[in-house]
Design a protein around this ligand. Structure first.
Ligand SMILES: NC(=O)c1ccc[n+]([C@@H]2O[C@H](COP(=O)([O-])OP(=O)(O)OC[C@H]3O[C@@H](n4cnc5c(N)ncnc54)[C@H](OP(=O)(O)O)[C@@H]3O)[C@@H](O)[C@H]2O)c1
Length: 240
């Protein structure tokens, strides 16, 4: 039942920390070769080294995903070093807090530039190769705030709703090419994005961990290619 993912090639954005970092390492444990994208080279190198120690090939490429040219260069680098992606995990994102009127218009726009346009830029660069292979998996990390509006995070919620719409529409366009496109929608995960510099003060065990999401993604990727869960919501058992 299901499928082997060993030997596949996965590109992961936001691979330098949090959920992306854990996802790279979980995929590497499964024998998947990994391409890592984020802005911070030193952190990417550290994660890539850990992945290689698990016996897979790893390649890094720095890019601000809001910038289409940087993304195109990064994907070209990963293709040259690893080959075309079988799996794309659009995980990079920012989480701006602030109510509708409080939030500076520039910050509102920037949230969309990273969370929505960033996801678009990376997918646009990777998708033609998947269509050529006539198979692939694209996982977009949205959020529980992308399914239900969260007061005090209006720009973040709006951007993650946009990711849902883009995912659903693209999924309908490319399911005939055997490409599975779906979202994961986690509630609070113990990372810097959720807790900022207060992360170390949290009782982290109460919240989902980045590695929980990583294991969840691997389980979905191992499903038989004829099936996928097109949208799912991940909740912590007892966080409060
Ligand atoms: N933590 C939660 O509670 C939670 C809940 C629901 C959904 N999510 C989603 O999960 C995803 C990962 O979040 P996380 O919690 O793991 O956060 P995190 O620890 O802050 O990691 C965010 C990652 O995105 C990268 N990144 C940010 N802006 C970027 C840009 N402009 N270009 C390229 N890379 C960029 C960061 O790397 P660099 O700084 O090195 O670029 C980092 O690797 C996000 O999409 C977030 O919205 C998180």
């Amino acid at each position: 039942m299901g499928q082997e993912i060993k030997g596949k090639i996965a590109y992961v954005t936001g691979a330098s920390s949090g959920i992306g970092r854990s996802t790279v390492l979980e995929l590497a444990k499964e024998g998947v070769n990994v391409g890592l994208i984020a802005r911070t080279e030193t952190k990417l190198l550290e994660v890539a080294k850990k992945a290689e120690a698990l016996g897979v090939k790893a390649s890094i490429a720095t890019a601000d995903i809001a910038n289409m040219e940087e993304v195109e260069q990064a994907i070209a680098t990963l293709e040259k070093n690893l080959g075309a992606a079988d799996i794309l995990i659009n995980n990079a994102g920012i989480g701006l807090r602030g109510s509708f009127l409080e939030t500076d218009p520039k910050d509102w726009k920037h949230t969309f530039e990273v969370n929505v346009f960033g996801t678009y830029h990376v997918t646009r660069a990777v998708l033609p190769q998947m269509i050529e292979k006539d198979k692939g998996d694209i996982i977009n990390i949205s959020s529980s705030s992308g399914l239900k509006g969260t007061a005090g995070s209006t720009s973040y919620s709006a951007s993650k709703f946009a990711v849902q719409g883009m995912t659903e529409a693209l999924m309908q366009e490319v399911r005939h090419n055997n490409i599975r496109v779906f979202t994961l929608n986690p509630s609070l995960v113990a990372t810097e994005l959720a807790f900022g510099d207060k992360l170390d003060e949290q009782d982290k065990e109460k919240f989902m961990q980045p590695e929980d999401l990583a294991e969840y993604m691997v389980a979905q990727l191992k499903l038989h290619p004829r099936i996928f869960i097109k949208q799912s919501l991940q909740w912590a058992t007892n966080p409060f």
